[in-house]
Each structure stands twice: as structure tokens, then as C-alpha cells.
Design a protein around this ligand. Sequence first.
Ligand code: LLP
Length: 437
Amino acid sequence: MEFHGTMRVNLRGHLEIGGCDVVDLAREFGTPLHIFDEDLLRQNCRRFHQAFVHKYGNAEVIYAGKAFLTVAVCRIIQQEGLGLDVVSGGELYTALKAGFPPDRIYFHGNNKSYAELIMALEAGVGRIVVDNFFELEVLARLAEERGQKVPVLLRLTPGIEAHTHEYIRTGQIDSKFGFTLPNGQAIAAVKKVKEMPGLEYKGLHCHIGSQIFDVEPYRHAAEVMMAFIEEIRNTTGLITEELDLGGGFGIVYVEGDNPPPIEAYAEAIMAGVCGEAERRGLKVPKVIVEPGRAIVGTAGSTAYTVGSIKEIPGVRKYVAVDGGMADNIRPALYGARYEAILANKAAAEATEVVSITGKCCESGDMLIWDVALPEVEPGDILLTPCTGAYGYAMASNYNRLGRPAAVLVREGQADLIIKRETYEDLLRYDVLPARLK
Ligand code: LLP
């Protein structure tokens, strides 16, 4: 299994993250437990900052909060000099409560509500990324009513295919997101913005997909967008100051995953943008990227306690843990793969191949099919690395399981950043009408 960040095996033969023994963490905070490696989280931020902002100057990295957002995460993102991409009133609220500077917030979403748009305008978010004609009209009206000039980016669907799971692919034409570029809707949107006194055209956005292992689709996207920026200049005279190329940078989940380094993505993107700018006589726009998974994915792991073990001789050994699809829906939803390590037997050799299942009441609740581990026994602490992105963020209370706690670990110190949901919490929103009492 690949070790990430500060993961190592300590003298007790236990797995350690951020200088904390995972077995001790499990005992202290209970399981399932999300463990975030603060050093690795910050290192991921710094690598992006270095590869884009430091190297090219006119660039910005904004963290896609949908991958995992809490007030503590907002603080770290802010300290590391990143901006923030939010997609809902809830994410925006989290960021504002954390004291995140509103002007560094980009507000995305294909169906922002009236209330969400007002919230964003009141907060003074840096950019609203307008997704469709309906939103354009609503936002323009709100801005005028409030006497505001709102800086916007337009989200486009550039018609680029990147090879990734169908549900997490967004750049192709048949998509719910954005103004379609090839059929003329995108240019129509730009012309509309130009006529709207409440809106200020700043630039364009696209996002071609997620967990992409190839730099070529990014270069391609950059080129297609730059060609459109020329068309905008020629037909409207508008200057595009900002080009946001979205997120989607791949990470290693299991052995054999082989994403290019962050620096290679940066190079391909900047080559595409700068090359086309020169060829077309355009000003190089500020380039923005929105990594979510690549910031937080490898930095998070989940520790579980092993419970029942069912062996079907000659067929399979099922090892059940105390979480499952409620805290990590990705295997069930996308066929996502993970590795596992027994934290209390981290130095032991693998001797058997088992499958890791959750405790939810359905057969699809599998975390890992076929993983080689040392002999597994009830009470072992099993850790799945790389659950930092879209794990807690997509967690549910299915089967009325409380969502796990999360801790931030660094140099031997573990701090709670999300409390474990209790039974009481689960009842918090239940209402018993008087006539049922
Ligand atoms: N920007 C936009 C506009 C996006 O839609 C997304 C992800 C990102 C940035 C960040 O993408 P990332 O760098 O994290 O790949 N739940 C799925 C992933 C859905 C991604 C949706 N949009 C999963 O668990 O794989």
C-alpha cells in the first residue's frame, strides 16, 4: 500500500499519521474516524500555489470546498493563500462563519436559489460564476435593484471529453452545466452580460471533469477557451481578464493509479493559454484553477473497527467494519477503489485476501473487494487512506448511522474538527405532531 504524507509505521508496529498512533486515535475518538494529516493538506496547497501562482504570477488557486468543507478547513485554506469555490448557501455560510474573506470566494452552482444569490451579494463574494440564462436574468435584476455592479464569470460547456466516470464528467456538450460553447449559446450569454448594467463581465469558467489522469484535456480546454476569448473580443470588444479552468486533477487511490504531478498540469494549462494568447494577439488572462480532490483527498483517511467476519469457504471472506456506504458512498456510487491497512498490525505481512464490507443493510455496501491483509480479527483497526475528498462531504445518515468525527493531526497532536453525531443529534430534526402523541 502506498503511504501518503506523514504516514509511517511506529516502533509499536502501529500505523501513525501526523505523529499520532492511529490505534490510540481510534481509542480516544472512537470509530469510524476521519483523520486529516495537516502537514500533507498544507503541502498540497503549497504545491498548487507554487506551481501556478508563484511560477506564473497572474494565477490563482481556489479550493473546491465541495470536496470537504468545515470551518477549520476554511482557516487552513485561507492561511495557505488559496481562494475558495463554494456551490451552495451552506458552503458559503460555512466560509463566512469561518471568517474567510468574501472577496476570495467564487460562487458556483447550476441552480442557485434567489436566497442564495442575495446571500452572496450581501456578503460581497468575489465572483459569481453564472451557469445559465435563467440565473443571468435573476442576478442582473437583483444587482440592479440593489444598485450593485456584480463581477461575474460565465461557466461554459466547451464540449471536451475527458476520460473519467460518467457521473463526474462535466465538460461534454450533453451536460446540465453551463452555457454550451459550440452551439452559440455561450456567445449569446456574453452579449447579454454586456448589455446588463448590473453585471460586470470578468471572464470565463469551465470544468472538464474529475479525477483526470491526463494533462492533454486541460491543454485542449485552454486552447478552446482562448479561441472563444478571441471571438468575444472580435464580436463584442470585451476583454476577458480571467480564465478559470476548473478542477479535476487526479490523485493516487490505489497502486497503479498514475496521475501526472501537479506541475505537469500547470505546465500544460499555461502552455495552452500562453501559446494561444500569443498566436491570437490576446492579453494572457489570469488563470484560475479549482482543485478539490487533489488538495484534500490524500490528506484524509478513515479508521474503522473490525467487527463480524464471515467466511464462505472457497468463495470469500467478508470483513465487516463499523461504517461503510454511509461515510463513504464512492465505491457503491462510482465503483471507486481503495486500499486498506490494519493500523494495529501495520508491520505484519499480508497473509490473506478479504473483502471489506460496511454495516449498512444492503449488499452494495462494500468498501473494498479483495484486499490483501495480515490475518484480520474482530477489534482490529482498519484504515482506508485517501478518503479526504468526497467522503465526509457525501456522507449520509443511512440506516440512522451517525456521521463520524474528524480529527486534524500534526506533530503528535490531534484536534477534533468535526464532532461525532450522537443518537440525540439524529433526533434533532424529528418532529412529533401533537395528534400522534
Ligand atoms: N470546480 C467545479 C466547477 C467542479 O464541478 C468540481 C467538482 C471541482 C472544481 C473540483 O473537482 P476535483 O478537483 O475535486 O476533482 N463526488 C465525485 C466528484 C464530483 C466532482 C464534482 N465537481 C467523487 O467523489 O469522485
